[in-house]
Design a protein around this ligand. Structure first.
Ligand code: SF4
Length: 89
């Protein structure tokens, strides 16, 4: 991992022990955007997404979240990197 994102969402495909995020990039947006954007809209497309305002931390969401075991991990073009440097999709 070459970033230092801490996360406690343990059922996420990118979650790693020690409450680490192993995704090479993530997209944080508002709940409203995350609720309607398709899986293909993620960190690699952040340049094309209009900035938004949340007002409260509880109105923000990690758009990169994918439930562990889901087949949606292939859709967002985000790569996970383990502590040993192994890359996983
Ligand atoms: S992708 Fe988001 S929800 Fe998943 S481990 Fe990383 S920060 Fe947490």
């Amino acid at each position: 991992m070459n970033q230092n994102i801490r996360c406690t969402v343990a059922d996420c495909h990118y979650w790693a022990s020690g409450n680490m995020c192993a995704a090479n990039q993530i997209l944080v947006t508002t709940d409203n955007v995350a609720a309607v954007a398709p899986p293909q809209i993620d960190a690699n497309m952040a340049h094309a997404i209009a900035p938004t305002a949340a007002g409260l931390s509880m109105a923000t969401a990690c758009k990169t979240y994918v439930q562990r075991g889901s087949n949606q991990a292939l859709a967002n073009n985000v790569v996970g990197i383990s502590n040993s440097g192994f890359r996983f999709i």
